[in-house]
Design a protein around this ligand. Structure first.
Ligand code: GDP
Length: 424
């Protein structure tokens, strides 16, 4: 049985906590896309963790954690995160890295930085983790797979080819120091030493697990609106954030992914540039940012203040459809307890016409939110364990969201801790 946990919005919906909950009931947790560019936050008995590269099952003894072939693997970051969790008293986790996963190299990070510098005011707001240059190389067929590390002669040839191409850009476009094949080989041999204990044929491992009816969890990063195809291109990430891509990025038959848990946040937040219809500014925005998440809406990877706004039902329903959601986890609801009235965007007005369909970017840039206002519940709902004990106004907000999207809400998260959860 395969479950996917994915984001319906722009990321930071609280997937980390939901994944952590389901990881406990799983045999295998798999990361299938993305890299160190986003982070999951998990709060448990060992402390608070921001995981970027590690799957969220690492806190459980019985879970095998897999870095799938679709991931952009930053090996030093992976090793650092393993050390960090062990230092906080977590038992050595079981980790397998696919022999087909590609390696995020130091030059990917440099190219990311140089390109953002070159773009200056027009930059995308990249986290500068090297993700876009990494995936460009992958699809340009200049990437390096983990298995390449074990064939030094052919690896050297590939590295020299990479240097030939990259050095032209470095010299003439960016005016930066060129790459040296010897240095890159040194970097790669160091990676080989570090990663070797974790490398496996995860494809066969996963297929055997499927035959044995094991419980598998696919852990998505970011959200549907950051998907390169269905998101707000080009203000997106460079690998697919959709549950469907889990089949590709992990190596699982698509029909085996039967449960898609789409995580929807009770208000909106986003990082980086791009259209954001319900964004709020000034004191109103600052207050939501300050009260948001667990200790404010600031990036888990970069510490940057996140952009915040009201819940956008047009974008969220679209995001859930793109994910193929079979159920919803509605998160961070406790944060809205301070509001007298809660605006929810129920349609867009574009060129004087109302629509509930999520448009492409040129139209989206022109969209104005049409709000419906809900009376707030003016109380702290953390600690409530049963749906029936929630204030009526909270229930009204939840029911509206569920009906609008047309997918059942099965979980409500009313605080950052593992047990701040209401099951429906
Ligand atoms: P992800 O990128 O979707 O995994 O998002 P994170 O896991 O980083 O979650 C964003 C933040 O929200 C983190 O600081 C979490 O601890 C926090 N968080 C998650 N669920 C809740 C919730 O229900 N209420 C509150 N207040 N914070 C939450």
């Amino acid at each position: 049985m395969v479950k996917a946990i994915v984001g319906a919005n722009w990321g930071d919906e609280g997937k980390g906590k939901i994944t952590d909950m389901f990881a406990k009931e799983s045999d295998i947790v798999i990361r299938f896309q993305g890299g160190s560019n986003a982070g999951h936050t998990i709060v448990n008995e060992h402390g608070k963790f921001a995981l970027h590269q590690l799957p969220s099952g690492v806190f459980f003894d019985h879970v095998t954690n897999i870095i799938g072939n679709g991931v952009a693997l930053n090996i030093p970051n992976l090793i650092k995160e393993i050390k960090q969790i062990e230092e906080k008293g977590v038992k050595k986790p079981k980790i397998l890295v696919s022999d087909r996963t590609q390696i995020l190299m130091s030059y990917h990070i440099l190219f990311d930085k140089y390109e953002e510098e070159r773009l200056s005011k027009k930059q995308f707001g990249s986290t500068k983790s090297g993700i876009a240059p990494f995936y460009s190389d992958k699809y340009y067929k200049r990437g390096l797979q983990i298995n390449d590390l074990f064939y030094e002669d052919s690896l050297r040839e590939k590295v020299e080819e990479i240097c030939t191409i990259k050095n032209v850009t470095l010299k003439y476009l960016y005016n930066k120091p060129e790459l040296d094949p010897d240095e890159l080989m040194k970097e790669l041999m160091e990676y080989k030493r570090e990663i070797e204990p974790y490398v496996a044929n995860t494809f066969e491992f996963i297929h055997k697990a499927l035959d044995e009816d094991k419980k598998i969890l696919l852990e998505g990063q970011l959200g549907a609106l950051k998907d390169p195809d269905f998101g707000i291109y080009p203000y997106v990430t460079s690998s697919s954030t959709l549950a469907g891509f889990g089949a590709v990025g992990a190596g699982i038959p698509p029909y085996k992914i039967t449960d898609v848990i789409s995580v929807v946040k009770a208000y909106s937040s986003a990082v980086g540039a791009g259209p954001f219809v319900t964004e709020i500014f000034g004191e109103e925005g600052d207050e939501l940012r300050r009260r948001g998440g667990d200790g404010g809406e600031y990036g888990a990877t970069t510490g940057r203040p996140r952009r915040v706004g009201w819940l956008d039902m047009v974008a969220t329903r679209y995001g859930c459809k793109a994910q193929g959601a079979t159920e919803i986890a509605f998160t961070v609801l406790d944060v809205l307890g301070y509001l007298d009235t809660i605006p929810v965007c129920v349609a867009y007005e574009i060129d004087g016409k109302e629509t509930k369909e999520f448009p492409t970017n040129a139209q989206l840039e022109k969209a104005k939110p049409v709000f419906k206002y809900f009376p707030g519940w003016k109380s702290d709902i953390r600690g409530i364990k049963e749906y029936k004990d929630l204030p009526q106004n909270t229930k009204n907000y939840i029911k509206f969201v569920e009906e609008y999207i047309g997918v059942p809400i099965k979980l409500i998260s009313n605080g950052p801790r593992r047990d701040d959860i209401i099951r429906l």
